[in-house]
Design a protein around this ligand. Structure first.
Ligand SMILES: Cc1ncc(COP(=O)(O)O)c(C=O)c1O
Length: 249
């Protein structure tokens, strides 16, 4: 924090390493310095995490992901409970012109009506897949806040009511990651996340390819890291695919 700091922006859980920030502690740090706490709540969705209750001032989501849930639009939303701040942001939105189109807004709104149903299934599938991977590969290679082996499992349980469907797995080398990506069948190879269909991706060459290589190394986004977005399919279909795709890893 410096005297010029106006806001702290946190993403929790983070993409793709599933690190958790203590929201109440972050709000405390921000507010003592007269700054705002902004939370990217995309991974947890409002169904599993309610950052305003922990002191956040602005909560934002990529509506492309769980809120819409069907991978058929892109968009974002910023939520506030302060009318003055909302008016200022609204002015910037209107002046900048980056407003969502009506069809995209319709699709996102329609998606929110089933958010609670989808999130329960994402969470059940996420837990089942993470448990299987931990059993097969060793818990230290599976990054999922719902596993007791996650270093911030207790914090995650305190501030989230569910863990969702995002899992990362460390396979050690790019070749191993490529082998798994090539074998996966039910998990489709694609970048996005949070939709009803399960996806698998390689962050280092896909979502995070634009992050400089030294920064990726610092963060722990290795060539052997694979990210899974568990959809809402039957758990046995996902477990069967994971079993064959990760065999021998
Ligand atoms: C946590 C998080 N926030 C924001 C975004 C950006 O989303 P969009 O693709 O809608 O611009 C992403 C995309 O992966 C994300 O994972």
């Amino acid at each position: 924090m410096t005297p010029a700091t106006r806001a702290i922006l946190v993403e929790t859980p983070t993409n793709p390493l599933m690190r958790i920030t203590d929201l109440a502690a972050a709000a405390d740090v921000a507010h003592r310095a007269g700054a705002l706490l902004i939370v990217d709540n995309t991974f947890a969705s409002p169904y599993f995490q309610r950052p305003f209750e922990h002191g956040a001032d602005i909560v934002w989501h990529s509506t492309t992901k769980y809120l819409n849930g069907h991978s058929d639009m892109i968009g974002g939303i910023a939520l506030l409970n302060d009318d003055d701040l909302a008016t200022r942001l609204q002015f910037n939105l209107n002046a900048g012109g980056a407003v969502p189109g009506p069809m995209d807004s319709f699709l996102a709104l329609r998606g929110t009506k089933t958010l609670h149903l989808r999130m329960r299934q994402h969470d059940a599938n996420g837990h089942a897949v993470a448990r299987l991977l931990a059993e097969r590969l060793g818990a230290e290679r599976v990054i999922y806040p719902g596993l007791p082996s996650h270093p911030q499992h207790a914090l995650a349980k305190r501030q989230m009511s569910g863990m969702g469907g995002m899992i990362s797995v460390e396979l050690g080398t790019k070749d191993r990651a490529a082998a798994v990506l090539g074998r996966a069948r039910v998990f489709a190879l694609a970048e996005s996340l949070g939709g009803v269909e399960s996806l698998i991706s390689h962050p280092a060459s896909m979502t995070h390819a634009s992050v400089p290589i030294e920064r990726r190394a610092q963060l722990g986004i290795t060539e052997g890291l694979v990210r899974l977005s568990c959809g809402v399919e039957d758990a046995d279909d996902l477990l069967g695919d994971v079993e064959q795709a990760f065999a021998g890893m």
